[in-house]
Design a protein around this ligand. Sequence first.
Ligand SMILES: [Zn+2]
Length: 234
Amino acid sequence: MDVIYLLNSGFFVRMDDILLVFDAFDDPADVLGRELAADDDMPLYFFASHTHFDHFNPMIARYADKTRRYLLSEDIRRNPGAARIPAEQISWIGLYDSWQDDCISVTSFSSTDEGTSFLVEVNGKQIFHAGDFNWWDWTGDTPENRKLAENAFRKQMKHLAGRSFDLAFFPVDGRLGPSMERGAKVFCAETHPKALVSMHSVGYPAWQPSKDFFAKGAEIPVWSPTKAGEQHRF
Ligand SMILES: [Zn+2]
């Protein structure tokens, strides 16, 4: 599969003949404009994990005539911009929800922030996009709040533990400083991703997993895009 970085947690994914777009909030390299210009009828799905401006942008309505389905987290209903997307093309996805058609099947999980994370199965391949699910360990916060953040994260991890993913998108946010890879590290230890894409770190250098990030023998390919339009093949 081919993956192109849009910005922040936004990605374009081409899997065989199916197109997926996750959390497209901005697209400064006009990836969508270029990739969707071709007059073909590959099934195209837009996902948005929650209503925050850096994950959902109503500009995705621009591609409505090419889109088979918009899979939007329930909390986006409250976003006035959602009205720009044709209602008959939207499926609202709640927590621990599922949705499918003849091309893809989608399962949602709760996030530690707002909205959902998505597990998408396409042609037998499993793709996980975390949205803002993460161990948000802000080192300047109070010990109580840091403990709450850890508990919320570990509670949600229980729903994911043991699962295998062909590709996982997960936040490694530079703003968290020394804690930036904590969530991703637990995620990689408790699930079985075959490859990892780091995200949600605009303006920070490409992330390199620290020496003890992976358990011995559990190293997997990591892609940490920083420039809009960067592309990677998995
Ligand atoms: Zn975010």
